[in-house]
Design a protein around this ligand. Structure first.
Ligand SMILES: *Cc1c(COP(=O)(O)O)cnc(C)c1O
Length: 376
């Protein structure tokens, strides 16, 4: 039996694929798990030869993320290296449509390119479909995030992907927040999907990694060649850790999203919170869209306080929640986003982004409640 079989001939569910995809062949004494192949050089005459070209542990991770997103996966050393691979597909003076509230590192990388190579950035409100569609005219690349980091705006992905492709642009979607269990942008019309695997895929705050997935083999080959020549070779240990993390992604996300669903309305009802952004709240502007295109409302929410100092005091007052950047891990984390100089000035000073982990909901609430009540 070479690999995991479909017992009844029907396609395996995504949850099952998370467990079985990218495993070694089922031959006697073969390991059940893909081993960590810590090697820079391979015997000549094969497909790999050198550690910047490939690695068996990379291939296992790529098979797994490819199975979850429905395409060919490629691993990169970080989410931003994956963004770089996507940008390498368009000319240096390309016109690029991006969310005004995209991840700050993505905007930073594109901003540097705009200064150096004449790349043009068109920043849009992803929730305003007419605005995004208009910006697609003459664009080379449409790089959308949904939900956005940290504003939690939801784009109409089928409409935006169709408009980008109709305009002749390459359409890429950063699926870091939703994860492959939340939505599959390739099925919604995107050409490329990317992940900061640092976040939910790896999920344990111990590895920095990125990935892209696409269905077109030519795009895959071009990004693979970019990886080889730009030297953006992923660490083998990080790749192995992310693959291990992905085996439980659906379970972690289920609990983390259930926690977010419990906490969001309680936060919204607290007088210290001016506004809670979470697509799962009944009155959230992204609710209907998220319900139409996502399988879960996810595990990230943002809370707005009156001002920056109040938000900082709140973050400092938590005892269980960790005041730290990043998201998508087993432990709940929170941070005031405007503490970063690169964060968009249209993100409120008092906005705190929360990433719910897999702890028990009442423990998480008790900590938030005492931190809220400590605010003057
Ligand atoms: C963190 C993040 C990135 C960047 O990923 P790194 O792994 O930190 O390079 C890109 N997009 C989103 C939405 C992120 O949250």
């Amino acid at each position: 039996m070479p690999g995991p079989q479909e017992p009844t001939g029907q396609a395996l569910s995504r949850e099952t694929l998370a467990v079985v995809a990218g495993r070694p062949d089922r031959t006697p004494d073969a390991p059940l798990n893909q081993p960590l192949v810590q090697a820079s050089v391979f015997h000549a005459g094969g497909d790999i030869e050198y550690g910047r070209h490939g690695n068996p542990t990379w291939s296992a991770f790529e098979t797994a993320i490819g199975a979850l997103e429905g395409g060919h996966g490629l691993v990169f050393p970080s989410g931003l290296a994956a963004v770089g691979a996507i940008v390498s597909l368009v000319p240096a003076d390309a016109v690029v449509v991006v969310p005004r509230h995209a991840y700050l590192g993505t905007l930073g990388q594109l901003g540097v390119a705009a200064g150096r190579t004449g790349l043009t950035l068109r920043q849009v409100d992803v929730a305003d479909t007419d605005q995004v569609v208009a910006a697609c005219d003459g664009a080379d690349l449409v790089l959308i995030e949904s939900p956005t980091n940290p504003a939690l705006e939801v784009a109409d992905l089928p409409a935006v992907c169709a408009a980008g492709r109709a305009a002749g642009a390459l359409v890429a979607v950063d699926n870091t927040f939703a994860t492959p269990f939340g939505q599959n942008p390739l099925a919604l019309g995107a050409d490329v999907v990317m992940h900061s695997a640092t976040k939910f895929l790896a999920g344990h705050s111990d590895a920095v990694l990125g990935a892209v997935v696409c269905t077109d083999e030519d795009l895959r080959d071009r990004m693979k060649e970019h990886r080889r020549l730009s030297g953006t070779a992923a660490g083998v240990l990080e790749t192995w850790l992310a693959l291990r993390g992905m085996r439980t992604l659906h379970l972690r996300l289920e609990r983390a999203a259930a926690n977010a669903a419990v906490l969001a309305p309680r936060l919204a009802a607290h007088p210290a919170c001016k506004r809670v952004r979470y697509p799962g709240l009944p009155d959230d502007p992204g609710r209907a869209r998220a319900a139409a295109q996502m399988r879960t409302f996810g595990a990230i929410l943002s809370v707005e306080f009156a001002d920056g100092p109040t938000a900082e005091a709140f973050c400092a007052a938590t005892k269980l929640w960790v005041n730290a950047t990043s998201l998508g891990a087993v432990e709940s984390t929170l941070e005031r986003r405007r503490r970063w100089a690169g964060e968009s000035p249209s993100i409120p000073e008092g906005l705190v982004r929360l990433s719910t982990g897999v702890e028990e909901a009442e423990d998480l609430w008790a900590d938030l409640d005492q931190a809220l009540n400590s605010l003057g």
